[in-house]
Write a protein that binds this ligand. Structure first.
Ligand SMILES: [Fe+2]
Length: 180
């Protein structure tokens, strides 16, 4: 069966360009199936121990904190922040120095754009790509979405024995989180 593209409650099937109406339940089921497959694909290619410093436990913490920061940051895009949490460390090859791992995470997202990330527009995808590629460059940013991504990652540095520092945080919400 060919993939379908949810679009509101109208669904465009790729067979003969037919349009059919889906219930919200059907859209929900399809969305969950896509997310389930996205997570499975990311995890299947993760080469390091799942319980390690840069594995899924870290991704979950980054997503939780990142979504809170996005909620408190005008212009912060929670969808991009959540996807950053899943992709940014997903193609690390070691737990130490691996300068290109963010780029590889961004490339993985690019390879899944036409299958699992169809809902992202070009601007959202560019934010995700940039945030993943440059998340270890030590920069800060004025972009609210990228700021939430990087701050959420840096606020989890305590797991590797590094105290997060306020000058490396980009958002007011991130700085407030550190002070709290
Ligand atoms: Fe990370």
């Amino acid at each position: 069966m060919l993939p379908v593209v949810p679009c509101g409650v109208q669904v465009l099937t790729k067979e003969a360009g037919e349009v059919s109406i889906w219930s919200l339940q059907e859209i929900q089921r399809a969305t969950l199936a896509i997310m389930d497959d996205l997570l499975r694909t990311i995890l299947e290619g993760y080469e390091l121990p799942k319980e390690g410093l840069h594995g899924p436990r870290h991704w979950i913490r980054v997503s939780r904190v990142g979504l809170e920061l996005a909620k408190a940051t005008p212009g912060g895009d929670p969808e991009v922040v959540y996807l950053f949490a899943l992709f940014h460390d997903s193609r690390r090859e070691n737990e130490d120095t691996d300068p290109d791992h963010g780029l590889r995470g961004a490339e993985l997202a690019g390879s899944m754009r036409g299958t699992h990330l169809l809902h992202l527009n070009d601007a959202q995808f560019e934010l995700l790509r940039y945030a993943c590629t440059h998340h270890t460059d030590g920069e800060t940013t004025t972009d609210p979405t990228i700021g939430c991504c990087w701050d959420a990652d840096r606020l989890d540095l305590g797991r590797v024995g590094i105290e997060p520092e306020v000058e490396y945080l980009s958002t007011a919400a991130g700085r407030e989180w550190l002070r709290s």
